[in-house]
Each structure stands twice: as structure tokens, then as C-alpha cells.
Design a protein around this ligand. Structure first.
Ligand SMILES: C[S@@+](CC[C@H](N)C(=O)[O-])C[C@H]1O[C@@H](n2cnc3c(N)ncnc32)[C@H](O)[C@@H]1O
Length: 264
């Protein structure tokens, strides 16, 4: 398979994961503070599945601007959610995003985990905030993921390799725990940490798709391309983990925090 085909397949898989997300389930702690009439900027929105739920709440007197730097994913969202007239999906990197507008609420869900400069991202967000506006970041502590029972050895080893690959690239595997200090450093106040752990148990209809996220991560060829894992080992991880999800798996807990701050 050629390189472009790989990228296409991987972006389709990511599109599916992001389209399945909702404000109610995947950013549940934020919902109570979104109000009619608000202007919201959602950074790293993926396809905009969560952003379109925000757009429904702010209503026609408000608006949601949602940006993402992956073109294929944002284009998919522009098609899927075009009936949401108060939702604007824009292909842009956060650091290149320019606007004269300021926002009441700026959100970034599962995005800062991918950045080697999360503090710069917070500074950029602060520059786009209205006085008394709120910044809300939802992110992971990947160092404390819990699987019950333990998954196959091949996945445990892959997961450790994945964390090492991330750390080597300058990403913070425990960003959820460091966000309050980072927000303080950039001068935000009223900083609040709200536990947003995601517990997936077998009785949930989305159990296999949510727990299967690690199979999708192992589906990415980047770790092979960069010499972190052999291709046959990667395929073994997927096969054994998929079987485990269907048979032995009982639950998985992803550790997340929503951390909020405001700027006077
Ligand atoms: C894990 S996805 C999260 C999508 C969505 N927020 C959610 O929670 O379902 C992270 C997204 O952030 C985007 N992203 C990463 N770095 C970015 C940057 N510097 N500027 C804009 N988007 C970025 C990626 O393209 C990806 O779609």
C-alpha cells in the first residue's frame, strides 16, 4: 500500500472516532456552563461533532467557531454539519489563527496532549478571550490508564512504547495534571479542576468502540515508520487486543481532567 493510501485510511479512521463524539458524553463537564448567546472558539475540533452540540446550545444568537489543522478531517465535518448555521468550521492551525473577534469561551478537548508547547497554546488562547471569558481544556493523564483485567502483553508493551514515542516527541503524557500550573503561569485565575474520567463497562453499547481506541492507535503506522516497533509486532498487537476486547475485557478507565480558568 502506498504512503498516501495509508494516510487516507488513517484519516478515515480518525474521522469516525471524532464523529462518534458528543458534548453529552465526551465533554460532559462543560455542558452546564455553555449558555445561549455565547461566542465559543473550539480548538482542535476534529470533525466538529462536539462543536455542533455546543452550537445547538448557544443557539442563533450565539456562534461557535471551530478550527482544526487537519484538512481532510475538517472538510468531512464541513459536509456532515452544514445544517448548523451558527457553526463555522475552519481549517487552521491554532498558532496561525488570526481574527479580530474575541470569545466568551475557548475550549480545546484532547488537543494539548499532542503539543510540545502547551503553554504557548494557552497564551494564544488567552489573547483571543473576552474580558472575564473562560478557557476550558479537557485532557488526558495517559500514565494512569486502567484496563480490567490486564490486556494481552503485546498491548501493554505497545502502550508503553506509545508513551515513550510521545515523550520523545516532547508531548506531556500527564498533561491533565499539569494544566492548573500551566494556566497559573500564563496568568489565568479562578482555576478549577474537574475530574472527567471515562469509565467504559461492558454494559455500554459503545464499549467495543471506546475500548477499541487502542486498536485504532496501533492501526497508525507512524510508530513503525519511526522505528519504534516492528510491523509484524504491530499487527499482532491489533489482533490480540481486538480478541481481548470481544472476550476477556471487563472495563477500561481513561483518566481525564477538565481544567478551567478565566482572565480578568
Ligand atoms: C484527538 S483530536 C480531538 C478532536 C475533538 N476535540 C474531540 O475531542 O473529539 C485532536 C485534534 O487536534 C487537532 N490539532 C492538533 N494540533 C493542532 C493545532 N496546533 N491547531 C489546530 N488543531 C490541532 C488535530 O488535527 C486533531 O483533529
Amino acid at each position: 500500500m502506498g504512503h498516501n493510501k495509508h494516510i487516507e485510511r488513517e484519516s478515515k479512521a480518525a474521522t469516525k472516532v471524532y464523529d462518534n463524539r458528543s458534548l453529552q458524553i465526551d465533554y460532559r463537564t462543560l455542558k452546564p456552563i455553555i449558555k445561549e448567546g455565547m461566542s465559543v472558539l473550539d480548538i482542535g475540533c476534529g470533525t466538529g461533532a462536539i462543536s455542533k452540540d455546543m452550537a445547538s446550545i448557544v443557539g442563533p444568537s450565539g456562534k461557535v467557531t471551530a478550527i482544526d489543522n487537519t484538512q481532510k478531517i475538517i472538510e468531512s465535518g464541513q459536509k456532515s454539519y452544514k445544517e448548523f448555521k451558527n457553526l463555522q468550521l475552519i481549517h487552521s492551525d491554532l498558532f496561525d489563527f488570526e481574527t479580530d473577534e474575541k470569545f466568551d469561551l475557548i475550549t480545546a478537548a484532547r488537543v494539548l496532549q499532542w503539543l510540545s508547547n502547551p503553554k504557548d497554546a494557552l497564551l494564544k488562547m488567552k489573547s483571543l478571550l473576552k474580558p472575564n471569558g473562560i478557557i476550558s481544556i479537557l485532557d488526558y493523564d495517559h500514565t494512569n490508564l486502567e484496563w480490567t483485567p490486564a490486556p494481552p502483553e503485546s498491548m501493554q508493551s505497545f502502550y508503553n512504547t506509545f508513551l515513550k514515542w510521545r515523550a520523545d516527541a516532547g508531548m506531556n503524557n500527564g498533561i491533565a495534571n499539569d494544566l492548573p500550573a500551566l494556566m497559573q503561569e500564563v496568568g489565568l485565575t479562578n482555576i478549577e479542576t474537574i475530574n472527567s474520567d471515562e469509565l467504559y463497562t461492558k454494559d455500554r453499547s459503545d464499549f467495543e468502540s471506546k475500548v477499541g481506541i487502542w486498536s485504532k492507535v496501533a492501526g497508525l503506522t507512524q510508530l513503525v515508520d519511526e522505528g519504534y516497533i516492528e510491523e509484524d509486532k504491530r499487527l499482532q498487537v491489533i489482533e490480540e487486543y481486538d480478541t481481548w476486547v470481544k472476550t476477556d475485557a471487563i472495563s477500561m478507565t481513561m483518566k481525564l481532567n477538565e481544567v478551567r480558568g478565566s482572565f480578568q
